[in-house]
Write a protein that binds this ligand. Structure first.
Ligand code: UTP
Length: 226
């Protein structure tokens, strides 16, 4: 199969967790070694937010702050590429047009950010569209999509499925500042909507959740299209 996996910032700690990177690398490289074509997208994590905060304090505009965030996502992509070992393509593409030249069955391409004004979730949606992926898994530090932020609201309930329209209405109401794109930014959702990309949100706490979702298990939250 052809798949895209967005690895949320939780995998890329301020002080990177070598064991966590290694175990994620092991699970995803074994999935690709079965002949699957995989693109993994590295988020920015805490370091992106720290650098963006400092840049802002130094007077940077939002686009400059986004560019700094992108630099950090690419550094994270390099770390994850190393965690994957020889199954990973050495080059970290910096343009969508490059990506299509690097994907192939049994290989993993790692990519970070692309351009200001969006998050790595948009990169994942664009990567899924252009590689005609069968499935996009968005791995975060919570189990799926909730009715409210589960870290702030104890009454928040996880949804087994959520419509892309609902996600869009939440995204439009949220912030689009560097380092603070909401759950999914509008660019990501518009791409998912137009390409009708089958997408599931799962927790990355156990890396095998990602491969279970790719193999069709009903875990986390599935995105529905009208
Ligand atoms: P993300 O916000 O996607 O990383 O990228 P994250 O914090 O790891 O994401 P989640 O919350 O876990 O999903 C970090 C920052 O890099 C810039 C943005 O400022 C973004 O907030 N960025 C990333 C871009 O400007 N363009 C991109 O294509 C990707």
């Amino acid at each position: 199969m052809k798949a895209v996996v967005k690895l949320g910032g939780a995998l890329f700690k301020r002080d990177p967790d070598v064991d966590a990177l290694r175990s994620m690398g092991k699970v995803l490289s074994s999935f690709a070694s079965e002949g699957n074509q995989l693109v993994t997208v590295a988020g920015g994590g805490e370091n992106a937010r720290v650098y963006i905060d400092v840049a802002r304090k130094l007077g940077a505009d939002e686009s400059t702050s986004d560019l700094l965030g992108i630099t950090v996502t690419r550094a994270n992509a390099e770390l994850f590429r190393l965690a994957l070992g020889s199954i990973a393509v050495t080059k970290i593409p910096t343009m969508l047009s490059e990506l299509i030249h690097y994907v192939s069955p049994g290989k993993v391409v790692v990519i970070g950010g692309l351009q200001p004004g969006q998050s790595t979730n948009a990169v994942a949606a664009l990567a899924a569209e252009i590689t005609r992926a069968d499935f996009l898994v968005n791995a975060t530090d919570v189990q799926g999509v909730y009715t409210a932020d589960p870290k702030k609201d104890p009454k928040a309930k996880m949804l087994r499925s959520v419509s892309v329209d609902k996600l869009l209405s939440w995204a439009m109401a949220g912030d689009v500042y560097a380092g603070r794109y909401e759950l999914l930014d509008p660019v990501a959702l518009k791409i998912m909507q137009r390409a009708r990309i089958p997408t599931r949100f799962v927790s990355m706490e156990d890396p095998s959740n990602i491969t279970s979702a790719l193999r069709g298990r009903d875990i986390g939250t599935l995105v529905s299209y009208s």
